[in-house]
Write a protein that binds this ligand. Structure first.
Ligand SMILES: Nc1nc2c(ncn2[C@@H]2O[C@H](COP(=O)(O)OP(=O)(O)OP(=O)(O)O)[C@@H](O)[C@H]2O)c(=O)[nH]1
Ligand SMILES: [Mg+2]
Length: 246
């Protein structure tokens, strides 16, 4: 069909250009956005949505890139939404660059979009969740949502995901205090990344202890604590660190 077909229709057919346009529409909350999202919403609901959050610089983007590579190996298509992409402060690299430098370069099975915070986190949750709907409707098997876990708004963004991985690192301040209480509660899996660094075992035991003391949601599974070295992919295979709670 032609490029004049309605945008939602073209997204549903999996056209990459339409997907990019729809995400821009969502980001700018441009006129027509709500209609397109509503139409796509009806077709959405098949993707597995995974939230990845944690302190700045903990290796979330590196981990997400490694997860994407794992899903691609398993033949699944991936959509990635990174909220508040890396800043100069954390030394983190932009997720898109990471993917472009990896084995996923040029792979149309991975679609990435980063959204900047621009100080408007309330609106950002809406943008992020609508973006998940767009990628889901476009037929992505897995949609990963990366946010920096520093405040309630970010927690809200990922808590809409079906599975939430909370990333921490060894030696972050005093024990695992950098993991906010709210993050402890929404985690379906805890990932201690940078496990190549000293103190990983200690962080794992501290997290386990905190989880033991915290009140579990009814029916919630025993939240696992995994160790990963994101840049080498160690510990990342889907059977462990990205297992689902459904
Ligand atoms: N030693 C070690 N370094 C890692 C590991 N994973 C990531 N890094 C490094 O940690 C730095 C931050 O990684 P990012 O993936 O950008 O972290 P991030 O959490 O996405 O950062 P922000 O989005 O800025 O919060 C980079 O220099 C990575 O190369 C790991 O497992 N071990
Ligand atoms: Mg990042």
């Amino acid at each position: 069909m032609t490029a004049t077909a309605p945008l939602a229709e073209r997204v549903l057919r999996g056209e990459q250009g339409a997907l990019a346009r729809a995400l821009t529409l969502v980001e700018r909350r441009a006129p027509g956005c709500d209609e397109v999202v509503a139409e796509l919403h009806r077709a959405a609901g098949r993707a597995h949505v995974i939230g990845v959050t944690g302190p700045p610089g903990s290796g979330k983007s590196t981990l997400v890139a490694a997860m994407a590579a794992e899903y691609r190996r398993a033949g699944r298509t991936v959509g990635i939404i990174a909220v508040d992409p890396s800043s100069v402060f954390t030394g983190g690299a932009i997720l898109g660059d990471r993917i472009r430098m990896s084995e996923l370069a040029g792979d149309r099975g991975v679609f990435i979009r980063s959204f900047a915070t621009r100080g408007a986190l309330g609106g950002l949750a809406r943008v992020a969740l609508d973006a998940v709907t767009v990628l889901d409707a476009a037929g992505r098997d897995v949609v990963v949502l990366e946010t920096v876990g520093v405040g309630q708004a970010e927690v809200d963004v990922v808590s809409g995901a079906q599975s939430v991985a909370v990333v921490s690192v060894p030696g972050l301040g005093d024990g695992v205090q950098a993991i906010k209480a709210g993050l402890l509660e929404i985690a379906d899996v805890h990932v201690v990344n940078k496990a190549d660094r000293e103190g990983a075992h200690r962080t794992v035991s501290e997290l386990r202890e905190m989880l033991r003391l915290s009140r579990r949601r009814p029916g919630q599974w025993n939240v696992p604590v995994e160790q990963t070295v994101a840049h080498s992919g160690e510990g990342v295979p889907i059977s462990s660190s990205a297992s689902t709670s459904t």
